[in-house]
Design a protein around this ligand. Structure first.
Ligand code: CAA
Length: 696
């Protein structure tokens, strides 16, 4: 027997315990252990078997790191069939998270008991997969095809109470007494002679299916998961559960699972799963670095960013004090926060008591003295170095010595900001993305003097507020905006050279991005970049030989700042976010090119994709070369969680690996030859291309 699964006897009961830290994944040795232990249980004189897990969770699924390798024996489906076929009752005792293959194993047990804090789900779709161990065939039989479709296509887990109400869990047992509760349940089943439930044999719910649910779910998935293959395969499997005998449904599930497992989309989504976890690891941080406790937070500025940032803390129960310069601004900002919460409540996602509880955690002030208790202050004032320095000097003088001072800057030099304080070790950048209460990404900017403790504390609080944190270094724009700058420049050069706005955006949208670069600029507000460029004295201050396109400036000069003014690169009807082509802008572009003596040409969609994607990738390679990002996968996480790149592309650096770095490098060199001012091939890209390497 393997050490990771043990069979023991507890009187007349057999206990199978899985112990494979950290999450009891179904690694090959666990599958082997389960097969051996259940064979032993079947052969002895125990009256029932309990399947339970040691550590923090029930089985949290297949071992995701094994999907890239051939699956070794035993055949897991045979092991599951052995559990389901067992003549004696088998009870799954669930705590933590029963996910994926973990829940599928539990569904082969005849009964399931769980503690109140447990969560159960089939999140395979989030990895570009489908539940491949019978989940698509058993869950619809147990809870009905409609509820199963929802669970399987969204991957959202149920809490214990919901699972109990749906019939996934037979009994909820005391939080501290899972094994005792499971033993009592098993003995009761034996004593009362309760028949064993084999989910595969339950056919009532699937045979009564209304086929309209498949049409409706396909429609929903097309809107919410555009371009993702896995949700469609999940639907096909549930449909098979409703139309085919169990064994044939299982065969269909197997066939579609294998197709997804070998797909680039799933490889990309698995890459993002591990990348997201790697991003929080700081290579040079000693393992014993202790984060400070962050129990009270202050936010400077009640504008859109400040208000959104404050909500993140209130959402998880951390009191937050918001400082403004004027009462009217404070009232307006906190009013918007309340409106946001109330809108969520109207959609049924918060109760009115929740709204009040969260608002109760947010207080406003005009006085720096009220920040004296804060463990962390996040400054979200105007993006201007002089103002930020003034604010940090004040914060340094008014907050307690151990308070972390964070700047929500999107471009500015954190070291320069830190230099005006007496505690540069406590200064860090926290670059939230707008809307800050919604977007998952947080770029954590490590200054030259930021201490490990400050970094560890910021990482811990990032996790607490459910953000995806990525540690980056100081440079203009950090990782995300520095790369997007190159991408945006290429978008405007494409306009000069021959494209109209929709011809720049459509190929990128079709690739799977949430939107193209110009639609994104319209959404973000064209005035933001315009003011930054004005602040830098552009284009007058442009170094000789640099390329500059004035199209966006000219659009701003017309008072068109994008969606917020109803016009930008596109036209927007009131109350409608759809971008409409605008002949006046198309004419402006053509005339601009004529004025600059640029001969416009027909640019194929394939070149648009190359120019935009390779601009990101080449800049990403420079960022790696300079050590601004620790690893290529960090860049991928930033782009998936902050810039609308679909997880099925795996981020720009993963995408580059799929294209082949030799191809990317060759094209970058060709672009550089035609336009040396805007393309400088990154040495890292060259090295990897020449050595046959990859970023990830
Ligand atoms: N396989 C391999 N490693 C896994 C894993 C899995 N299923 N789940 C988690 N891990 C690893 C993580 O990579 C992480 O490793 P490092 O410490 O080296 O970074 C470690 O376990 C801890 O994970 P988290 O940091 O995510 O811990 P958490 O407590 O925040 O969350 C969790 C725990 C909710 C289980 C979360 O890890 C999770 O959602 N895991 C994935 C669950 C999943 O998708 N299961 C389905 C797998 S596919 C499947 O089962 C196919 C099938 O049909 C058979």
């Amino acid at each position: 027997m393997t050490d990771s699964v043990l069979y023991t006897r507890d009187g007349d009961l057999g206990i199978v315990t899985v112990n494979n830290p950290p999450v009891n994944a179904l690694s090959q040795h666990v599958r082997l252990g389960l097969s051996e232990c259940f064979a032993t249980a079947a052969a002895d004189d125990s009256i029932a078997t309990i399947l339970i897990c040691a550590g923090r969770t029930f089985i949290a699924g297949a071992d995701i790191s094994e999907f890239d390798k051939p699956m070794g024996p035993p055949d897991f489906l045979e092991t599951l069939a052995m559990i389901e076929d067992a003549a004696k009752p088998v009870v799954a005792a669930i705590h933590g998270t029963a996910l994926g293959g973990g829940l599928e194993t539990a569904l082969c047990c005849h009964f399931r008991v769980a503690v109140p804090s447990a969560r159960l789900g089939l999140p395979e779709v989030l990895l570009g997969l489908l539940p491949g161990a019978g989940g698509t065939q058993r869950l619809p039989r147990l809870i009905g095809p409609e509820a199963a479709l929802d669970a399987i296509t969204t991957g959202t887990p149920m809490n214990s109470a919901a699972a109990h109400a749906a019939g996934v869990v037979d009994a909820i047992v005391d939080e501290q007494g899972l094994l005792e509760g499971a033993k009592a349940f098993a003995r009761e089943v034996v004593a009362t002679g309760q028949p064993l439930t084999r989910v595969r044999d339950l056919n009532d719910k699937v045979s009564a299916v209304d086929p309209a649910i498949f049409v409706a779910t396909r429609k929903k998935v097309a809107q919410t998961k555009r371009g993702f293959e896995a949700p469609l395969s999940c639907i096909a499997c549930v449909e098979a559960a409703c139309t085919l005998p169990f064994d044939e449904g299982m065969a269909r599930e197997r066939e579609l699972f294998q197709g997804l497992r070998d797909s680039v989309q799933s490889a990309a989504q698995r890459h993002i799963f591990f990348a997201q976890r790697a991003a929080t690891k700081v290579d040079d941080m000693p393992a014993d670095t202790k984060p400070q406790r962050i129990e009270r937070v202050a936010v400077l500025g009640a504008g859109t960013m400040g208000g959104g940032i404050a909500m993140n803390f209130a959402n998880v129960g951390i009191p937050v004090i918001v400082l403004e310069t004027e009462q009217a601004l404070l009232d307006k900002g906190l009013g918007i926060v309340r409106d946001n919460y109330e809108r969520t409540a109207k959609k049924g996602r918060l109760s009115s008591a929740d709204v009040e509880q969260r608002m109760g955690l947010i207080t406003g002030t005009l006085d720096y003295a009220d920040l004296a208790d804060a463990d962390m202050v996040i400054e979200a004032v105007y993006e201007n170095m002089a103002i930020k320095k003034e604010v940090f000097a004040k914060l340094d003088a008014t907050t307690k010595a151990e308070c972390i001072l964070a700047s929500n800057t999107s471009t500015l030099d954190v070291d320069e900001i830190a230099s005006v304080t007496s505690r540069p070790d406590k200064v860090i950048g926290t670059h939230f993305f707008s809307p800050a209460n919604v977007m998952k990404l947080l770029e954590i900017v490590r200054g030259a003097k930021t201490s490990h403790e400050t970094l560890a504390s910021t990482l811990a609080v990032t996790r607490k507020i459910n953000k995806v944190g990525v540690v980056v270094g100081v440079c203009d724009g950090f990782v995300g905006n520095r790369m997007i700058h190159r991408y945006g420049s290429q978008a405007s050069y494409l306009l000069e050279e021959g494209c109209l706005p929709h011809e720049v955006d459509a190929p990128i949208y079709d690739l799977g991005f949430a939107m193209g670069p110009l639609t994104m600029s319209d959404l973000a507000g064209l005035d933001v970049g315009w003011r930054i460029r004005q602040g830098k004295g552009l284009p007058a201050s442009l170094p000789a030989g640099e390329r500059y396109c004035e199209i966006s400036d000219r659009i701003c000069e017309m008072g068109r700042f994008g969606q917020k003014t109803g016009d930008g690169f596109y036209h927007y009807e009131p109350g409608d976010r759809n971008a409409h082509r605008d002949p006046s802008i198309e004419q402006l572009i053509v005339e601009y090119a004529r004025e600059k003596g640029i001969e416009r040409r027909q640019i194929p969609a394939s070149e648009v994709i190359e120019r935009l994607m390779y601009a990101l990738i080449n800049e990403g390679a420079w960022i790696l070369e300079e050590g601004i990002a620790q690893r290529a996968s960090d860049i991928d996480v930033i782009y998936v969680f902050g810039y609308g790149v679909p997880a099925f592309l795996g981020g720009p650096m993963f995408y580059a690996d799929q294209v082949g770095l030799d191809t990317v490098y060759r094209r970058v060199c060709e672009f550089a030859e035609a336009d040396p001012a805007s393309w400088k091939p990154a040495p890292l890209l060259k090295r990897l291309a020449e050595s046959g390497g990859t970023f990830n």
